[in-house]
Write a protein that binds this ligand. Structure first.
Ligand SMILES: [Zn+2]
Length: 98
């Protein structure tokens, strides 16, 4: 579900290695619910402006292991969205359940 501009980042060796490292660091356990973590969440949401900044995109302190469900919930619940809206895979503000 990566955005177009993020695809090369998510395919990069640096990200793949770091992602595996974060999951190991967190013992493959979801920080939110304790289920098996399969995804790594960026605490600071990546944008075209910060994705090339390793202090944000590749900073272990800003990365959290999550299960798919919690990751989806957190990503869709971004506080910069108006109530009842979420950003869809294309980055468009979309009404929930609509
Ligand atoms: Zn979870």
């Amino acid at each position: 579900m990566a955005k177009e501009w993020a695809k090369s980042f998510y395919k990069s060796r640096a990200w793949r290695q770091l992602r595996a490292e974060i999951l190991r660091r967190d013992m493959f356990t979801c920080e939110e619910c304790g289920a098996r973590a399969t995804e790594v969440h960026h605490e600071i949401e990546l944008t075209p402006g910060n994705i090339d900044d390793p202090a944000i995109a590749l900073n272990p302190k800003l990365l959290h292991s999550l299960c798919h469900d919690c990751h989806t919930a957190i990503t869709q619940g971004n506080s910069d969205c108006a109530e009842g809206y979420f950003f869809n895979a294309d980055g468009q503000l979309t009404p929930r359940g609509g």
